[in-house]
Structures are given as structure tokens and as C-alpha cells.
Design a protein around this ligand. Sequence first.
Ligand SMILES: C=C(O[C@@H]1C=C(C(=O)O)C=C[C@H]1O)C(=O)O
Length: 446
Amino acid sequence: MSTESLTALTPAPGQSRALRSITVAHGGLDPRSGLLDYLVRNDAHTWIRHNGGMVGYGETKRFTVTGPDRFTRGQDWWRRELAGAHVVDELGVPGSGLIAFGSFAFSKTSAHESRLIVPEVVVGCTDGRGWLTYITDDPEAELTAEAAETALAAYLLEPDEQYPPSPGDRLAPGVLSEDEYQAVVAEGVRHVHDGELSKLVLARDVVAELERPVSTARVLRELAVRYEDCWTYAVDGLIGSTPEMLIKVENNTAQARVLAGTLDRAGAPAADPGYAERVLAGSEKQLHEHQIAIDSLTGTLEPFTSSMTSHSEPFVLQLPNVWHLASDVTANLTPDGDGHVPTSLALVQALHPTAAVCGTPTTVAGALIRELEHLQRGPYAGPVGWIDAAGNGEWGIALRGAVVETPTRVRLYAGCGIVEGSRPEAELAETWSKFRPMMEALGISR
Ligand SMILES: C=C(O[C@@H]1C=C(C(=O)O)C=C[C@H]1O)C(=O)O
């Protein structure tokens, strides 16, 4: 079974030159460090989990878009690019062949440009096996293993200097002060209490001001090593390590990891192994918040599926900074009359924004976020990931991350689900626990 035919459209008149690619096996990946050795350039596109995934260099093509139909238009562009493409793929694994890395704005009203970027070179690692893709739109370029290795070598020969944190690096307040954020949360709680909605996610930002240019590659390595159960991402200055999988499509299967319910590990009693289980899984408030998130995801995914499984009870996901209540959902996608299942981007279009990052009902929560938050979320809490020519892909939710605004200014984002009974000071503290992965990777403290 294949994903929805992405090659059904013919190239638009006047369209730029056709994409051509070759994917070959690539030796030399250290089994212990995997792709981490390839994080040497600050502009690398990155998708890493458990040392596997992909690191992309350079840019062969780019598509940018804003507005409510940004996912559909992104997918249409990708379809057109694939229409005239010539692909040699010896691997045939998800992510090999032609691929675009992407990052999408959280909001349909955002001026921030969503983007799909086709890199020139991708080093991949799937189940411990290394591979290499070279993508060009040069009609004359040779599609050989040597050409791919030469293109890769050119990037690796120019690594960026990586600086350790400087003593003068500091964390400055973002758009809202801590007091203002707590006032906003209190306002959100009032709206929930009044019955307008059952859950609202409110976020805030802080700004890392650095003495020397941010060493993105070093930061990503730190994140990938410490947060190996998370998906460490970098697309065009959006960096982070997310624990939440919006949707992953592999052939006819879709998977998601839904989180809601958070407990800070800092200050947790060391000699109490049942603490997280008791506080999170034993809390009506946390279970309620989690159930809202699960219902929203499964309800939206259902029309695309023939069957769906998830555990009846959430599990406690332990990360270095926090514990979360988590649920994994696996679904079999229903093929259309032609035997094609929806692409990963088609499912993103249906699923985003989930209750985990927006609220319930979505439209009420979205309007309140715009009214109360005072923050331009940009790509924060939007989908980040990749799509291949078959429509397979992984789209995480861009959480626990930051935007590199200038070489020395990095904006960090974190938010919390507000429900009836949420306390502003507890939510403020929770944002600090969610900033911690990026703060530690940057080597910056409060
Ligand atoms: C909004 C964020 O996280 C989300 C909110 C959570 C919560 O409120 O418990 C937990 C995980 C995420 O779904 C964030 O990290 O910025």
C-alpha cells in the first residue's frame, strides 16, 4: 500500500528545474554516536532520536507560505516538485529519496512564514544503518555515490566553530514579565471557570542574550544526548527537543504521542519511587487534562483510520526535566479507492492544533490565545519535521525549543495547559521546568 499519490499533478508551467536525487548506503557511522558526529554545522536541518534520524545540509529548494491552508498548499507544492523528479534510491526506507524538512507556524493568522526546505545532502541512520542522499536541480549533475560523497564532504570540510557558554550570557524577560504571565493565566482560569472552554494553553517567552554566536550544533548535540527519548529538531533557526509526536506516518500506519499533565522533577523527593505515578496518574486534574488531549486527537484521526489502539490508561513518561502523562496512539490508515492513504502532511492539516497546545474547544481557545497571550508564537507549538516522496513523515510539535533570532539572541518558549483549578504560580513554575532543556543546552541560568 502506498501513501496518497503525491505524483498525480504535472509540473506548473514555468516551474523551476526538476529535482533529481540519489540515495546510497553510507558507511562510517559510529554505532555509539550515530548522527551526532554530523552535527558540526549550525545551519544543519536536524531530526534525531536515539542517535537515528537525519541531518540535512544545504538547500536545493524552498517553499514558504502563510495562512489557514498552509499545510495543503505545502503539500501541493511538494506534489508538483515530485511530479517531474528523477529519483534513484537504493535504500527505500522512510526518509530516503526526496525529502523536505518543514516548520509550520502555530497560528493560521500568523505572519510567520511556514516553510518546506529540500536540502542538498542528507545523512540518515535507520535501524543503525547509515545512508546518504544527494539532491540537486542541476540537469547536468551526475547521480552517483561519488557525487553524493563529494557533496557531503564539502559540507563537513566547513564545520562551524562551536563556542562554550560565556560568563556574560544572560536570560532576559520576554514579552510578558512573570507577574504579567500569572495575571494572564488567572484570566484564562476565569474563562474556564465561566464555562467558555474546558482547557486553554497559555505560553510565554524568555530571551537568551549571548556574548558569542550561538553554537547551534553544540546545543543540538547536548539536547540529543540528554533527551534521547525526545525528537531533537532543527529547521531554519527553530531548534529544540520535543517529547510530543503530533503524527508519524510510515506506510499505512500512523502513530502519535499525546502528552498533557506535567510534574517538575526538580525538587521531587529522591527516596520516593512512586511519587510521579501517585501525583500524576493519581490526580483527577491531571487525568482530566490528559483525557481532553486524547479525545481531541483520536476524534480527529478517526475518520482516516480503519482501527486505532491506545492504552486505556496513560503512562508516566520520564524526561530529565519533567514527568508527563503520556499516551501512544497507533492507527491503521484507510486507503482511498486508489489504494492510497493520507500523507503525513494531510494528517497534520487535520490534527493541528491539538488540545495539548491550543485547548478545547479549538476555536474558543485559539481566539483567547490571540487575545490574552500577547505573544507571537511564530513556529513555537507548530508542526516541525519532514515528509518524503511517498508521503511518509514525522511531525513533532515544536515544544521545548527556541528560535535563533540573531546569532546572539535566542528566544525560548514554553506553555501550560490551563484547566479549572489551575494556579498561576504553579503554571509559572511549570514554564521554567519546560525552559530548562534549552537553558541547560545553552548553558544559561536564571
Ligand atoms: C505547551 C507545552 O507543553 C504541552 C503542555 C503540557 C501540559 O500542560 O501539561 C504538557 C505537554 C505539552 O503537551 C510546552 O512545552 O510549551
